[in-house]
Design a protein around this ligand. Structure first.
Ligand SMILES: Nc1ncnc2c1ncn2[C@@H]1O[C@H](COP(=O)(O)OP(=O)(O)OP(=O)(O)O)[C@@H](O)[C@H]1O
Length: 272
């Protein structure tokens, strides 16, 4: 990676509204390509809003000296941008009709859509079909190819979503609370898959309020609260009991095991 590679996100002094709510007043944040970053914050901190800035679903207020650049560009054709990004989120998962089959979920990643085949421009080629099947196989989910998403467990659905995010081989993988609603086994398996992808040198952005879904490979953590970046730096410095107690406004104690963290109420006896 050369110095000329533009950052994935370069936000400078941005003011951003959702409806009448000013979520960010002076947001500045830079995430380099090739880095692995977690954005951690409580409900309402502005995490989803930040992701929508990244995917160009919302825009900042235009004002002098303020910008939001994605991969070096302020203006994007949304479909061109989506080709660069792979997104996994619960919200996206909920948009699929129950009858859509696993392979079609994966194939829809080629079109940044939530289905394929309905219109002539959403017709996958034989090569795309073969590649989508390969991706499912790599994710250990080959058997989900013909299964309707409505008949899958949450973990299975999430695997298909991950396939959708990866099928077009994007440079950037964005995970929005990727293990929400997964049971322990599905969660651990999903985190293991993410860890494999990190090793493939992709840019990874993980947005979460669960400290335990941050894999060891993520080295930078940004703490977001009420629209402000309250800490940003190496995980070892940012993810501490004191900082997270402050961030989540509750006394908590962090346990660390093999590079993973778990938060427990402060004072509780930890049986690990
Ligand atoms: N469509 C909307 N209209 C008005 N205000 C909104 C809208 N969406 C979000 N907000 C407000 O913007 C702020 C930031 O919300 P956002 O969804 O970005 O937070 P978040 O960190 O993703 O929260 P969560 O963890 O609960 O998903 C909150 O105060 C929220 O109430």
């Amino acid at each position: 990676m050369t110095n000329e590679t533009p950052p994935l996100i370069d936000i400078h002094d941005a003011e951003v509204y959702r409806g009448d709510t000013r979520v960010f007043e002076h947001l500045s944040l830079r995430i380099e390509q090739g880095s692995h970053t977690a954005i951690l914050g409580p409900n309402g901190a502005g995490k989803s809003t930040l992701l929508r800035l990244l995917s160009r679903e919302i825009y900042p207020v235009a004002r002098a000296g303020s910008w939001v650049r994605i991969l070096g560009e302020e203006r994007w054709n949304v479909f061109d941008l989506r080709k660069q990004l792979g997104l996994v989120s619960h919200e996206l998962q909920m948009q699929y009709e129950r009858s859509v089959r696993g392979l079609d979920v994966v194939l829809s990643g080629f079109f940044a859509s939530v289905g394929v085949g309905y219109f002539s421009h959403l017709q996958p080629t034989a090569d795309q079909r073969a590649h989508a099947q390969e991706v499912l196989t790599e994710l250990g989910a080959a058997e989900l190819s013909q299964k309707p998403i409505g008949a899958m467990s949450s973990g299975e659905q999430r695997r298909c979503l991950l396939g959708r995010a990866l099928v077009h081989n994007p440079r950037i993988l964005v995970l929005d609370e990727p293990t929400a609603s997964l049971d322990m086994k599905a969660k651990f398996e999903f985190i293991a898959l993410i860890r494999k992808l990190v090793h493939e040198q992709r840019t990874l952005v993980l947005v979460t309020h669960h400290v335990d879904e941050i894999p060891p490979e993520i080295t930078r953590v940004v703490l977001l609260r009420k629209g402000h970046v309250v800490a940003d730096g190496p995980k070892s410095e940012v993810v501490t009991s004191a900082r997270l107690s402050d961030l989540f406004d509750t006394p908590l104690h962090l346990l660390e095991h093999q590079g993973f963290f778990q938060a427990v109420p402060d004072g509780a006896r930890a049986n690990v």
